[in-house]
Design a protein around this ligand. Structure first.
Ligand SMILES: C[S@@+](CC[C@H](N)C(=O)[O-])C[C@H]1O[C@@H](n2cnc3c(N)ncnc32)[C@H](O)[C@@H]1O
Ligand SMILES: Cc1ncc(COP(=O)(O)O)c(C=O)c1O
Ligand SMILES: C[C@H](N)C(=O)CCCCCC(=O)O
Length: 444
C-alpha cells in the first residue's frame, strides 16, 4: 500500500464510492493511488509502476499521456470546451460523424451521441422500438439478448444483460428480454467446432424470432467476443446467420461494439469479420482513445428518415447534457488519425503475434483451459475448484500488482486487452510475469 499518500487512500475510502466494487473488500484489498500515466504504464504515488494490461477497463488504445491526443485536446481547450448540441453544432462532432460514416461505407451514419456505453445501448433500444412505432408496428416491443450478455448497468441496458452478478439485485425493476443461446465456442461438444456451436445457437435464435413473429423489435449482440461474460468468443459465422435471421423476420440487429469495436478484435468493427452490417452500432470506450467519456450510435438512413417528420412526437427527442462534447470528439478524431497514419490494424497483427508467442509457455500450463485470442484480446480459464474460484480474481489482482501488472480477472477467466503500443520488451515482460503470477496464485 502507498506509503507517501496513505491519506489519499483513507480519504478515497471515506468519500468515493468505487464502481463494480464491494467496498468492504478494500479492508483486505489494495486501493492504488495513481499519480500519473505514461505509455502502457500507470505510476502510483510511491513511484511504483503497473503495466495497464486491460487498458483501464478496455478504453485505452494508444497509451496514457499520448502526445498526439494531448496536443489535439490542448488545441481544442483554447477553442471550445462545450456547447449544447440541440440547435447548435461544431466542427469536431461534424468531422467525427463524417469519418465514422465513411468507415461503414456510408451504410450507417447520423451518429447520435452520449457519454457512456450503457447510454448508447439505451439509445439503440429506444430508437429501434420508436422506429417500429413510427412505422405502424408498435407491437414490436420485445428484445432478444444472448445468454451471459453484458450491455451496461442502467435499467434499460441491464434489462438486456444476462450476468447474474450485476442483474439479480434489480430484477423487479427490469423489463424481461428473451435470452437466446450464446455461441460461445467453449460450448463445443466432442468432435464439434466453433462453427457448429454458432450454427446451433443461430438456429435456436431463428426459432425464437419465428415464434415471436411480429413482436420482436431487435436482437442485441456483442459481436465476436462477449467480454464481461469472461471473454466468451464465437465464430463470425454466428453473426452472418443472425443477420440473415433478422432480415427474414424483419428484426433490427444491434451490434454493441462498445468493448470490441475500434480495432480490438483485429478489424475496426468486429462485424466486418462476418461481412455484415448491423442496423445499429454502439461505440464507446476506445473511440476516444481512453481519454474522455464518449459514446455513440450509428444507424441506417432509412431508420433516421422514419423519425424525420413535421410532428415533433415522431422525432427522437432523447438527449444528454454533454452530447457530442467537442473535447471528447477531438480526442476521438486524434484517435482515428493515429489509426490512419500509423497503419495500426496491420501493425497490431505483428504485435498480436509477438505477445501470443510470449504467452505460449503459459498457454501450455496444466491448469490453463481454453487459451484463446481474437485480435488484441487474449484470455484463458483457470482450472480451479469452486472454493478457490470464489476468491481467484481478487487474489490474482493483488498478486499481479506485486509483479507490476494491472490485470483484473473475470471470475476464473484471466484476460489481456492491452493498449495497441506494447513493444517487444513489454510483451516479453507481460508474458513472463503473467506466468509467474498464475503459478503463484494457482498454488495458493
Ligand atoms: C463484483 S466486483 C468485485 C470487485 C472487487 N475488487 C472484489 O474483487 O471484491 C468485480 C468482480 O466480479 C467478478 N465478475 C465480474 N464479472 C463477472 C462475471 N461475468 N462472471 C463472474 N464473475 C464476474 C470479477 O471477478 C470481478 O473481479
Ligand atoms: C459490451 C458492453 N456494452 C456496454 C458496456 C457499458 O459501458 P459503460 O460502462 O461505459 O456504461 C460495456 C462496459 O464494459 C460493455 O463491455
Ligand atoms: C465498466 C463497465 N461498466 C464494466 O463494468 C465492465 C464489465 C464488467 C467487467 C468485470 C470486472 O472487471 O469486474
Amino acid at each position: 500500500m502507498s506509503t507517501t499518500h496513505p491519506s489519499w487512500i483513507t480519504r478515497s475510502l471515506q468519500s468515493v464510492w468505487h464502481p463494480c466494487t464491494q467496498m468492504q473488500h478494500h479492508e483486505t484489498m489494495p486501493l492504488i493511488p495513481i499519480s500519473h500515466g505514461r505509455g502502457a504504464w500507470l505510476v502510483d504515488t510511491d513511484g511504483r509502476r503497473y503495466l495497464d494490461a486491460i487498458s483501464s477497463w478496455w478504453v485505452n488504445l494508444f497509451g496514457h499521456a499520448n502526445p498526439r491526443i494531448n496536443a489535439a485536446l490542448r488545441d481544442q481547450l483554447e477553442r471550445l470546451e462545450h456547447a449544447m448540441l440541440a440547435g447548435f453544432t461544431h466542427e469536431p462532432v461534424i468531422e467525427l460523424s463524417e469519418k465514422l460514416a465513411a468507415l461503414t461505407g456510408h451504410e450507417l451514419g447520423h451518429c447520435f451521441y452520449a457519454s457512456d456505453g450503457a447510454s448508447a445501448v439505451e439509445i439503440a433500444l429506444k430508437m429501434s422500438f420508436h422506429y417500429w412505432r413510427n412505422s405502424g408496428e408498435s407491437e414490436r416491443r420485445e428484445f432478444v439478448c444472448l445468454k451471459n450478455s453484458y450491455h451496461g448497468e442502467t435499467i434499460g441496458a441491464l434489462a438486456v444483460t444476462d450476468v447474474t452478478l450485476f442483474r439479480d439485485a434489480y430484477g423487479p425493476l427490469l423489463r424481461q428480454a428473451h435470452v437466446a443461446a450464446s455461441p460461445d465456442a467453449r460450448l463445443a461438444q466432442e468432435g464439434e467446432r466453433a462453427e457448429d456451436v454458432a450454427r446451433r445457437a443461430a438456429a435456436e435464435l431463428d426459432s425464437l424470432l419465428q415464434q415471436r413473429e411480429g413482436r420482436i423489435a431487435a436482437v442485441i449482440v456483442e459481436p465476436l467476443v462477449q467480454c464481461a461474460a469472461g471473454m466468451a468468443m464465437h465464430d463470425p459465422l454466428y453473426l452472418k446467420l443472425v443477420r440473415e435471421s433478422c432480415d427474414r423476420h424483419r428484426v433490427h440487429l444491434i451490434a454493441d461494439e462498445i468493448a470490441v469495436g475500434c480495432g480490438r478484435t483485429g478489424t475496426f468493427f468486429a462485424c466486418e469479420q462476418a461481412g455484415i452490417r448491423p442496423d445499429f452500432v454502439c461505440l464507446s470506450k476506445g473511440i476516444s482513445g481512453g481519454y474522455l467519456p464518449l459514446s455513440l450510435v450509428m444507424t441506417r438512413d432509412a431508420i433516421y428518415q422514419a423519425f424525420y417528420d413535421a410532428d415533433v412526437t415522431r422525432g427522437f427527442l432523447h438527449s444528454h447534457s454533454y452530447t457530442g462534447n467537442p473535447l471528447a470528439c477531438r480526442a476521438a478524431l486524434a484517435t482515428l488519425a493515429i489509426f490512419e497514419e500509423d497503419d495500426v490494424l496491420a501493425k497490431n497483427r505483428e504485435r498480436a503475434e509477438r505477445l501470443t508467442q510470449a504467452l505460449q509457455p503459459l498457454a501450455q500450463h496444466r491448469s490453463v483451459a481454453h487459451f484463446r485470442r481474437r485480435g488484441m484480446i487474449w484470455a484463458f480459464d483457470a482450472v480451479l475448484d469452486d472454493a478457490a474460484a470464489a476468491t481467484f480474481s481478487r487474489r490474482f489482482f493483488t498478486a499481479a500488482l506485486e509483479q507490476e501488472l494491472l490485470i483484473r480477472p473475470i471470475g476464473r477467466t484471466v484476460y489481456l486487452m492491452p493498449p495497441y503500443i506494447l513493444d517487444e520488451e513489454e510483451s516479453m515482460l507481460l508474458g513472463t510475469r503473467l506466468h509467474a503470477v498464475f503459478d503463484k496464485v494457482i498454488a495458493q
